[in-house]
Design a binder for this molecule. Structure first.
Ligand code: SF4
Length: 185
């Protein structure tokens, strides 16, 4: 079985990777997260996902770029109802299409590990994209392993971010000033 694991960041990939490897499931990882802003953070999370891939001996496919202007300019409320619905749609559309065009049996995402995301909406978007592109969607509720995964990330020294990713979530973060200082350190 060949699976494509879309990954949002290193820490969130740790438990899903551990789970898939324990289950004997073969997978490649895909980085496609244009929602991560600003550029410094996009690079930082990408680099840390590479470390997580290396830790498990897995291939990381890297696609896309930081798209802060797109997020700022998108009239997502009309089309999607919320910026997060738009965010899931953009990322899962790419992941499903990439999986279909590159011969994977199915795809899934590390977004399904987070208790802070809209889990049911992510699964619904994934199912719709799987139908759209004619590829399987492998649903897992990774959430029970979230804390374990974060601890695994800490143990191997991964950077663990304090905001979801987009420029709006940064502006809303209680840690905004500290995060912005870290961009210049
Ligand atoms: S808060 Fe998170 S899920 Fe929502 S749009 Fe921003 S990065 Fe995407």
């Amino acid at each position: 079985m060949s699976m494509l694991l879309h990954a949002c960041c290193g820490p969130c990939s740790m438990y899903p990777q551990s789970f898939l490897q324990d289950e004997g499931i073969t997978y490649d990882m895909l980085w496609f997260n244009p929602n991560i802003h600003p550029e410094f953070e996009w690079n930082r999370r990408h680099e840390n996902l590479q470390k997580a891939a290396d830790h498990f001996g897995v291939r990381l496919i890297s696609e896309g770029e930081c798209m802060e202007d797109y997020w700022r300019g998108k009239t997502y409320l009309d089309e999607f109802g919320s910026r997060c619905a738009m965010c899931y749609d953009v990322r899962m559309d790419f992941a499903a299409r990439y999986a279909a065009e590159n011969g994977y049996d199915s795809f899934t995402t590390t977004l399904l590990v987070s208790p802070y995301q809209n889990h049911d909406l992510i699964a619904e978007v994934c199912r719709n994209k799987a139908d759209k592109y004619g590829v399987g969607f492998s649903y897992f509720d990774f959430r029970p392993g979230f804390r374990q995964g974060q601890n695994m990330a800490r143990d191997i020294g991964l950077y663990r971010q304090k905001y979801c990713g987009c420029i709006f979530s940064l502006e809303e973060s209680d840690f905004k000033d500290k995060i912005i200082r870290s961009f210049n350190s």
